[in-house]
Ligand binder design. Structure first.
Ligand SMILES: [Zn+2]
Length: 124
């Protein structure tokens, strides 16, 4: 599957977002190393801080299905990932992240998205 095809999956799933407050639908499609695609959408809540981003729902679904950090090749997102999701993408060891930003399609690694990030090695 190409990055463009994965981004098309993210576009398609974005229509299922639950975003009644912002009206800003986001989709994420994560490609695992075994070829599985796991999708996620943003899910908002009337208590605004409790909303969850599309990247986190996709990665959480993948973990529930048995995938672990290092199993992820690509994450495609319909918008630029927020700071918190950049930390999640780093934690899950995604090889590269493809996302739209200002009408462009951008490809970056989690380290490029969040340099000098906090990780498990900081806990020892
Ligand atoms: Zn986010």
């Amino acid at each position: 599957m190409t990055d463009d095809e994965l981004l098309a999956r993210a576009d398609a799933v974005a229509s299922r977002a639950y975003a009644p407050y912002s009206g800003f639908n986001v989709g994420c499609a994560v490609l695992t190393r075994d070829g599985t695609v796991v999708e996620g959408v943003n899910v908002e809540n009337a208590a605004y801080p409790l909303g969850v981003c599309a990247e986190r729902t996709a990665l959480s679904r993948a973990v529930a299905e048995g995938f672990r950090p290092g199993d992820f090749a690509v994450a495609a997102i319909t918008a630029a990932p927020c700071g918190g999701c950049r930390q999640w993408l780093h934690e899950m060891g995604v090889d590269r992240v493809v996302f739209r930003n200002g009408g462009r399609t951008v490809t970056m690694t989690p380290d490029e998205l969040l340099p000098e990030s906090f990780d498990s090695s900081d806990l020892t």
